[in-house]
Design a protein around this ligand. Sequence first.
Ligand code: DGJ
Length: 573
Amino acid sequence: MKKIFFLVVVSIIATFVFGQKSSIPHLEKNGNTTRLIVQGKPFLILGGELHNSSTSGAAYMRPLWDQMKRKNLNTVIAAVYWEMVEPQEGKFDFTLIDSMIYGARKSDLHLVILWFGTWKNGYSMYVPGWVKNNTTRYPRAKNKDGESFQMISALSNAAMKADANAFKMLMKHIRTIDEKFQTVITVQIENEMGIFGPPRDYSDDANQAFNNQVPDDLLKYLSANKAKLQPEIDSAWKANGNKTSGTWEEVFGKSTYDGKNWQALSYLPEELFTVYHYAKFTGTVAAAGKEAYPLPMYVNAWIKQPGMGYPGKYPAGGPIPHTLDIWHAVAPAIDFISPDIYVSQKDARYTIEQYHRPGNPVFIPEFRPGPQSASEAFWVYGQHDAICFSPFGIDQTKPEDDPITKTYAVLSQVTDLILQNQGKGTMVGIYVDSSEKVQTFQLNGYTVKAELMGGSLAELAGYAPRTKPVTMAGGIVIAMGPDEFIIVGKDFSLSMVPLENDPAKPLLDVEYLDEGTFNNGKWITTRRLNGDEGTGGGDYGFGFSNNKTAVMRFQKNANGDCSIIRYKIYKYK
Ligand code: DGJ
């Protein structure tokens, strides 16, 4: 009896201790996917990033939280500035972060905070005055002629320590006021770091380090992970004999430059060297912050893209996906690397695919705001198991004018469903537009063709108002069981053909077709769609071609909302 009592007490204490620990927001592996856990439950960030200066004044930011809530965000991404947190060395002021946290919390919003520390878009623009004015203690990166750049050198240990100290104090403060509430759920370290111009720093320290041996920590990582290195680093290392010692050029080869192909890895050894130092620096800052409060932490990139295809054109030293192994090797406190995306859909797709690698979940802190983002959000959650999507400058537009408001209105109903289907092969994200009108895939025993929807028959016949031609659409398709689907979105159609033709039941029809909502994860049917809105209408609902291809079309509604549709197909003879 005594023994049982003892075991019960031990298990209560253990639950309390470990339960407390695991209740801090953290990342959790789930098969091939990574999920963010908040208040003990998987959480999908429906985000938006505020303009850079929006959180620099308490009164200015006060009305923003309500505006963000009305945009159906669940998380706001917002900056905290070193210059305002530590205006004098060793004197800290947390008034602004307090305003942010209390304001967001009151509106039932979470926060991802951006630590604008040593670098913002390459430059050292947010460091306090006492850092700016002391170039002896905090030296700048230099060009080949020995002239200073504005940005502090990533090889500056003094800057790294000062930044790490300020960040640690910030995280300690956040833990004190927020651990219980978990308003702050993730932290970005610096912002789009790197050097513009040359692919590396040419200060004396940097020259010496570049011509010296590749540091042991990186070489050891390469040897220990030989079988699972990313292809870009693996092939550069292999092509130069898998050396376990040598200079950067001996280990990774001499630089090449290909001005015609933006995807080529121009100036690779210099870039890896530069990334190594930025990763060491930011990894140290992140580790200091995690000592105080170990929230998930990441770094973001000004991405490699057409017209900016080599390091120096995009900031050299930033977290570009072909450098991921370096981040893993020397910055273990950085949990993942992220892209900021302001490019065409074709290049956005390529970028997201590049960042979605083993050990690196998709988390997009910045995406070009506007209609593209409203369709893209569906695609990244449905197709790439993204933890976060977030249009930039989210406070620029009113909720009623921003297309993301309608996207998040529907996505916020299905976040649990999305999380449950991640990594299972039961969910597909859709993005179609006027240049790529069709997306084809296999799901749940069907070949499915998603297509941008044209005008409806009713519009052509004149009894429905003519709408503007649709130029892009996004959505998610989820397999709920044999022949049963949920689709979320608008403005696209799905043509579905069974992968295998069953001669005993070669024909298709719809068993049921419902429109509905999710309330706290529970499906609620709002309408049974049939007749004009089902198989009888021809415009929306179900159509069949030869009774062998089922075609599902979203019904348009007057205010352009997205819908959630649930249906089941049956087969007959
Ligand atoms: C990318 C930066 O990371 C943001 O802070 C902001 O400056 C945007 N560019 C502006 O487009």
